[in-house]
Design a protein around this ligand. Structure first.
Ligand code: ATP
Ligand code: MG
Length: 203
């Protein structure tokens, strides 16, 4: 059966409010749509290995290996969870996807073309949204143990890659540097606007 649902991706820096906003968006959209809310790294074997095994300094792997693991997790997540939900006509909201690999491993020095190549088999999102918050601000927000990805310089470089895709029109920017409910309203309005442009979708 072919894909009938809609695939929305939420991107942004660590601590930019992706999980907060993806959850609020799912709640708002669930009044009219059948939603699946999910996140990367996934809860599958590879995603669990990434979460537990390689994001912190002492366990860090070569950037290429990291990029391959994220791409492998994405394929498993996509085939086992995202694709089946889309085939059932669900609106899937995924907290991080391919743009996270481009932004993080790309800003760590890997070629964006290579990252795209190893992610070529991952289903493309219908819409990808970038919740934009200043790097200084996200670091203030983060209370928990910081992973190696969370230094100011890293976040600035990551944001630059995201903004490049905003300029190209591949990511839609939402201002995340506002109170949570203000961001949630702006995100909801943006998504409703995008859904209207998506004629094939019936829920
Ligand atoms: N608009 C906001 N204003 C102030 N604080 C916020 C806002 N949105 C989220 N926060 C707070 O910032 C912290 C990070 O938010 P959240 O976990 O949603 O970000 P995230 O992008 O999912 O982070 P990560 O990349 O680490 O998963 C939380 O403590 C959250 O309550
Ligand atoms: Mg999160």
């Amino acid at each position: 059966m072919g894909k009938k649902g809609i695939f929305i991706v939420i991107e942004g820096l660590d601590g930019s409010g992706k999980t907060t906003q993806a959850t609020l968006l799912a709640k708002k959209l669930s009044q009219n749509h059948n939603i699946m809310l999910t996140a990367e790294p996934s809860r599958g074997k590879i995603g669990t290995f990434i979460r537990d095994g390689c994001l912190y300094e002492e366990k860090r792997l070569p950037t290429e290996a990291e990029a391959l693991l994220f791409a492998a997790d994405r394929i498993e997540h996509m085939q086992k969870e995202i694709k089946p939900a889309l085939d059932e006509g669900k609106l899937v909201i995924c907290d991080r996807y391919v743009y996270s690999s481009l932004a993080y491993q790309g800003s760590a020095g890997l070629s964006l073309d290579w990252i795209k190549t190893i992610n070529a088999r991952a289903l493309q999102a219908d819409f990808a949204i970038f919740i934009d918050v200043a790097p200084e601000r996200v670091l203030e927000r983060l209370q928990r143990k910081k992973s190696v990805m969370e230094t100011l310089k890293t976040q600035q470089k990551v944001r630059e890659v995201y903004l490049k895709y905003v300029e190209k029109g591949e990511l839609v920017r939402v201002d995340g540097d506002k109170p949570k409910d203000v961001v949630a309203d702006a995100l909801y309005a943006t998504v409703l606007g995008l859904l209207k442009t998506f004629k094939g979708f019936v829920s």
